[in-house]
Design a protein around this ligand. Structure first.
Ligand SMILES: Cc1cc2nc3c(=O)[nH]c(=O)nc-3n(C[C@H](O)[C@H](O)[C@H](O)COP(=O)(O)OP(=O)(O)OC[C@H]3O[C@@H](n4cnc5c(N)ncnc54)[C@H](O)[C@@H]3O)c2cc1C
Length: 454
């Protein structure tokens, strides 16, 4: 048996990483502060469902669980844009049929990963174990049993922190683990609240199921993703302050007026809106960037612990899964003796610029989702991109580069995508419709842009 690895956090990244390491023969101990979600009904975490796309699927393949997971998803082929007047417009995610994103249950996916992990006798999960503090000099950590309240001090060889955006592993870097630790946490002025569209009386979906619904309202927006039980999880993203912000929606009447005014078609299928409003929290959204992620050969932070991003590109989990894939490939470069310090260092240097890129793209995409999608020039540009993707197999729009081209790092997808966007927006601003385009000419220009990056 190879060395023991200690993982803190059995969320999405921690559970997948545990499987990948156990498959390679490591002994893996995973400490999780929550109860075992397979035995107790607990909140799945930061959202009820999520969009899974190619980078995430590639990583799931390493754990041999991609086929199982893909049987439990609902494909979403495009965005369905809802206007206030009730009209709807579909914007496909790609001009190629095989490229789409998938709505998956967070709890269902986490459980599937844990079940897979438990097929390996060399993985042990310790639930209800909240890690409090890590001493990187002594290579020990303090962990509290949430039931008995007993605190123990345990030792580790190599510790990997997958304990999410509020990471205690990262906090211990900040409070003495790392000299000159760089850290930033930027809150958005907008937060979110989850609501629901339940199944209809005939136990069927009450709206189109193979799309991601968006109600863009410039300063705020609502989205809905389908669930297997024929419901939708609806998320309102809104400012905290201002006339229509969360803080001002402080009576049932104001909430009802707000939804009737801005989302009339959705309200008609949301009978529990007021109960949901009170029961579900209003949560904040932040981007976390930090460096270094590694302490010598002792510790590494991973997933949201090192790079939490806002959810508007649907890539936070996909990026965290991609961390697992990249880490696995780096491990495979060693035959017998692993140089852990070198491995951790290579990992952080490879990933940092890419996770910074997706963090910035996610912020930019918020403006796109709540506002640009309703802009006529943007709509023509998307039609042009769809046509280019269906005509030319080797063209991908910025959205497709980020979402479907897992072989292209996020940083390159961002650079190329932004250059393409500038060029296409310029062309489309002078057009009445997408039919006026000379596609061969535009494709040739786009290829030149791509070559200029090589
Ligand atoms: C509203 C919303 C929507 C999102 N939608 C998408 C989407 O569509 N697509 C997408 O790719 N991403 C999405 N994301 C991002 C995604 O949720 C995260 O990127 C992903 O959960 C990161 O996985 P993780 O394992 O790093 O962290 P987490 O999933 O947060 O897991 C961390 C785990 O660590 C445990 N833990 C925390 N502290 C301790 C401690 N002290 N001791 C022991 N255990 C601890 C937690 O209980 C948890 O189990 C969304 C995020 C939000 C907020």
């Amino acid at each position: 048996m190879k060395k023991k690895i200690t993982i803190i956090g059995a969320g999405l990244a921690g559970s997948l990483l545990a499987v990948i390491l156990a498959k390679k023969g490591f002994k893996v101990d995973v400490f999780e502060r929550r109860p075992d979600m397979r035995k107790e009904s607990i909140s799945a975490g930061r959202s009820i469902n999520l969009a899974l796309s190619d980078r995430g699927i590639e990583a799931l393949k390493l754990a041999g669980i991609d086929d199982f997971v893909l049987k439990q998803v609902i494909p979403m082929k495009g965005r369905l844009i809802h206007s206030v007047d009730g009209t709807k417009k579909i914007q496909p995610y790609s001009g190629r049929d095989k490229e789409y994103i998938n709505s998956v249950s967070r709890g269902g996916l986490n459980i599937a990963l844990m079940n897979k992990a438990e097929e390996y006798p060399n993985i042990n999960f310790y639930f209800n174990q909240r890690v409090l503090k890590i001493d990187y000099n002594k290579k020990t950590f303090k962990v509290k049993n949430e039931n008995s309240k007993e605190i123990q001090e345990l030792v580790f060889n190599h510790l990997i922190g997958t304990d999410g955006a509020g990471s205690v592993v990262r906090l211990s870097y900040q409070t003495g683990g790392v000299k000159r630790f760089n850290f930033s946490q930027d809150f958005l002025s907008h937060g979110y609240k989850e609501l629901a569209i339940p199944p209809g009386p005939d136990n069927e979906f009450q709206a189109e199921s193979n799309v991601l619904h968006i109600w863009p309202r410039h300063d705020f927006m609502m989205i809905a993703l389908p669930n297997l039980d024929k419901s939708f999880t609806v998320t309102l993203f809104n400012r905290f302050d201002g006339n229509t912000g969360f803080d001002s929606l402080d009576t049932n009447e104001k909430v009802e007026d707000f939804f009737n005014k801005y989302f009339p078609d959705a309200v008609s299928v949301m009978p529990n809106i007021i109960d949901d409003w009170h029961e579900n929290p209003t949560s904040s959204l932040a981007t976390v960037k930090c460096f270094p992620w590694a302490i010598e050969d002792k510790a590494l932070i991973f997933g949201d612990a090192s790079h939490a991003v806002v959810p508007f590109y649907g890539q936070g989990m996909n990026a965290s899964f991609e961390d697992c894939r990249v880490f696995s490939e780096l491990l495979d470069e060693y035959d017998n003796e692993i140089d852990w310090e070198e491995l951790f260092d290579k990992f952080q240097n490879l990933r940092k610029e890419n996770t910074d890129a997706i963090a910035d793209l996610a912020i930019q995409n918020y403006a796109e989702m709540r506002s640009h999608v309703a802009n006529p020039v943007f709509q023509i540009k998307r039609q042009v991109e769809m046509e280019l993707e269906s005509k030319y197999e080797d063209f991908s729009s910025k959205y497709s580069l980020v979402t479907f081209r897992d072989e292209i790092p996020y940083s390159k997808a961002k650079k190329l995508g932004e250059l393409q966007d500038d060029y296409l927006m310029k062309i489309c601003s002078n057009l009445g419709s997408a039919e006026e385009i000379d596609y061969d000419l535009v494709y040739t220009e786009l290829k030149k842009i791509e070559e200029s990056l090589d």
